[in-house]
Ligand binder design. Structure first.
Ligand code: ADP
Length: 262
């Protein structure tokens, strides 16, 4: 205690309050920094397709008599880049809604049915891949079927995007104690061990993916993580470079029924 004019003052509470204040200031600075980075990353990602569209537009304006084949190619590129921007903006809106604390539905759902719908939709993303449906246990969860389908599609899309067409991708759902667990295995290139801790960061892409660029933006897994967390679940990736990747999702079970294979 500090003795001031004969009165003992315990300054511990002030020290603690000061430390808490410093900590929250540091946290705010961190949030501010990451918001700034997010905005500049988003602007950067949007600029690339816009530049391509503007370049082609100028070309078409300057050469109105462009041969049909070249005109077709310019239009094809503009359409592709506009689609890329559209996807990016939808992803950014989903993340902004998540940041804004949007509440997701909490309906009782048979998770296997939701996964099956995503699996059927993913078929047209396969480019010759062996897309397999493993066993689907009966698992009732509480959640939002649209978001859970989007989650499964993000994982299936990644598996099909990064795995060469002669590879395989498998979806399975099991029940572990009080959790439903689904995995999307692939036998693709895997993720470098050093990159693994960063794959859920917004806009993060492993160098190996950038160099092949199958058209991702680096937001898929950030959205997946938000969906899982808003369902009180957990998600992680298991990956062995050169042998494949397996994202694993665990969600709390609403009701356990007997597991059955389909
Ligand atoms: P992207 O739009 O780039 O696919 P994601 O956030 O979905 O963004 O994934 C982040 C990065 O994680 C990808 O760029 C890729 O490097 C890596 N990744 C994700 N899933 C796989 C997979 N199944 N196989 C290999 N790499 C993957």
């Amino acid at each position: 205690p500090l003795i001031l004019s004969g009165i003992a003052h315990d300054i511990t509470p002030y020290r603690l309050a000061e430390a808490a204040l410093r900590e929250s200031e540091a946290r705010l600075r961190q949030i501010n920094e990451s918001q700034k980075r997010f905005v500049s990353d988003a602007a950067h990602e949007l600029r690339a397709p816009l530049t391509a569209i503007l370049g082609n537009l100028e070309l078409m304006e300057r050469f109105p008599q462009m041969p049909p084949a070249e005109r077709e190619e310019a239009l094809r590129e503009m359409r592709q880049e506009a689609r890329r921007m559209h996807r990016l903006v939808s992803d950014l809106l989903t993340l902004a809604r998540g940041d804004g604390g949007v509440t997701v539905r909490n309906d009782p759902l048979p998770l296997g049915d939701v996964l099956l719908t995503a699996f059927e939709e993913a078929r047209h993303l396969a480019r010759g891949h062996d897309l397999r449906l493993g066993s689907l246990a009966q698992a009732q969860v509480l959640g939002d079927s649209d978001y859970l389908k989007q989650l499964a599609l993000i994982l299936l899309d990644n598996a099909l995007k990064y795995t060469p067409p002669d590879g395989w991708v498998e979806l399975e759902l099991s029940v572990r104690e009080d959790k439903a667990e689904f995995r999307v295995r692939d036998n693709g290139p895997g993720i470098p061990t050093a990159d693994l801790p960063r794959v859920f960061e917004r806009f993060f892409r492993a160098d190996t993916s950038r160099s092949h660029d199958p058209g991702g933006s680096g937001l898929g897994l950030a959205i997946a993580k938000w969906i899982v967390e808003s369902h009180k679940g957990s998600i992680w990736l298991e990956s062995e470079p050169g042998h494949g990747t397996t994202p694993v999702v665990q969600l709390p079970l609403a009701k356990v029924s007997q597991a059955s294979a389909r």
